[in-house]
Design a protein around this ligand. Sequence first.
Ligand SMILES: [Zn+2]
Length: 223
Amino acid sequence: METKNMLDEDSYNALLKGNKDWVAGRLKEDPEFFIELAKGQHPQVLWIGCSDSRVPANEVTGTRAGEVFVHRNIANVCVHSDMNMLSVLDYAVNVLKVRHVIVAGHYGCGGVTAALSKHQFGMIDNWLRNIKDVYRLHSHELDRITDETAKVNRLVELNVIEQVYNVCKTTILQNAWKERSDLQVHGWVIDLATGLVKDMKVTNSGAENLGYVYELNQKHAAY
Ligand SMILES: [Zn+2]
């Protein structure tokens, strides 16, 4: 684009230079790194995180290419009709056989903040409606919080917890748990101010805690 200014051009070129530096760094440590990487992936973790540029899965967890399978969207929402999320989840659980699914939110999330407002932002309002539903489920607690930052951050935590349950409610997880005992779903919140992860302690490794109406025990039951 002719209108692109120098700063944009520099930012773009920096990406290509960054790639060369990354390749050089990996090869210096392990000359076979890319030969092995090209053979295939065997990640043990599926990361479902926010699209926010400050929470990259590998960097936050100190992992490398090949170690984390990643799905990200605005405010790490897991919607049971989202074919993108379901496809990633199914592939990760049933083909890659990951052992950990991590839903990772972060304090100060712009998506959660937007969901708390009454402003219209366009198409995204339909996506953020899912977070407004989380608010409605927990309105007794959230209505009592008067500090706006604290309210956003508590909704961030509750959103992660609800999305963990949404993942667990899928037939993908419930069927996998009938065959495997080595599959866990976790909820994390990243504190951008420290970089540290807060484990929300909602790890699930079975369908027992989902509640009667969500448990799916029989396939093809007559109704
Ligand atoms: Zn976010």
